[in-house]
Design a protein around this ligand. Structure first.
Ligand code: MN
Length: 267
């Protein structure tokens, strides 16, 4: 028995108002929704984030992926980023997002994170940050030495403690969440939470029905609030998880299933 998840999604990415180059990259092609935020200065950061995304591109267009396939793609991503030669510090990138993952006939979001890009889930009107930042300020928060609400203003807020490349040998953290109709995931680079509070993000995600409108609005609001960093937002909606009975599964499919996909974009 298989279950199909109907997805709709939208993407926005902007250089911001202070940076010369957009070093963020993204992949928004089912079953993969990823954001990477490159580091290393000038073109090296942009090259690193693109290389990390390229490691996953072979899985784009599939119905779902396995945990093992994502882990193997991550190895490819690390190899791609490590191959970038820079004159300065080693190039690196964050990587965050979600993949549609099928296990035992059930559909899950496989959320992965390395670095300080983020994945949030809006479910039943409640917004939750799924990923946990690998950052110096997050370490301080977890040790009880810094309040969460002060983290975005802390002078060390840009210090990432785990990354793809940049001398890091770390692996991502993974979360496997059952996918439900009505779920909205939002994946973003740190340029978004630098400018918008949790409540401002929640407000935009609740107010905008279309995922593209939500992504566009969040990027726009980040710019209005200062746009100090590159900002990238991917919003993914699950419209339905349809159970197919065994009887239905044995019938020939007369025509392709209509797609609710609204946008396919890569950068
Ligand atoms: Mn950034």
């Amino acid at each position: 028995m298989t279950r199909a998840l109907e997805l709709a999604w939208g993407v926005g990415s902007d250089r911001g108002l202070r940076r010369a180059v957009n070093e963020d990259s993204f992949l928004a092609t089912p079953p993969l929704f990823l954001v990477a935020d490159g580091m290393g200065g000038h073109e090296a950061g942009a090259e690193a984030s693109r290389a990390a995304i390229e490691g996953f591109r072979a899985l784009a267009g599939r119905d779902s992926v396995s945990v093992e396939e994502i882990e193997a793609a991550f190895v490819d991503a690390v190899a791609g980023v490590s191959a970038i030669v820079t004159e300065r510090a080693a190039a690196g990138t964050t990587l965050a997002g979600a993949a549609v993952c099928e296990q035992g006939g059930e559909v899950y979001w496989l959320v992965l994170n390395i670095g300080d890009s983020r994945t949030y889930r809006l479910q039943g009107g409640t917004l939750e940050q799924i990923s946990v930042d690998h950052s110096a300020v997050q370490d301080l928060v977890e040790r009880g030495e810094l309040a969460q609400e002060d983290a975005e203003r802390h002078p060390e807020r840009n210090v990432v403690t785990r990354a793809v490349g940049a001398g890091s040998v770390g692996v991502p953290d993974y979360w496997l969440l059952p996918a439900r109709a009505g779920d909205r995931l939002m994946i973003c680079s740190d340029g978004l939470p630098k400018e918008l509070s949790f409540d401002q993000i929640l407000e935009a995600l609740r107010a905008e029905v279309s995922p593209q409108a939500a992504a566009t609005r969040l990027v726009h609001e980040a710019l209005v609030h200062g746009g100090r960093d590159n900002v990238t937002v991917v919003v993914v909606d699950a419209h339905g998880a349809l159970d197919e009975t065994d009887d239905e599964q044995t019938q020939p499919v007369a025509s392709p299933v209509p797609s609710t996909q609204t946008k396919e974009s890569t950068w």
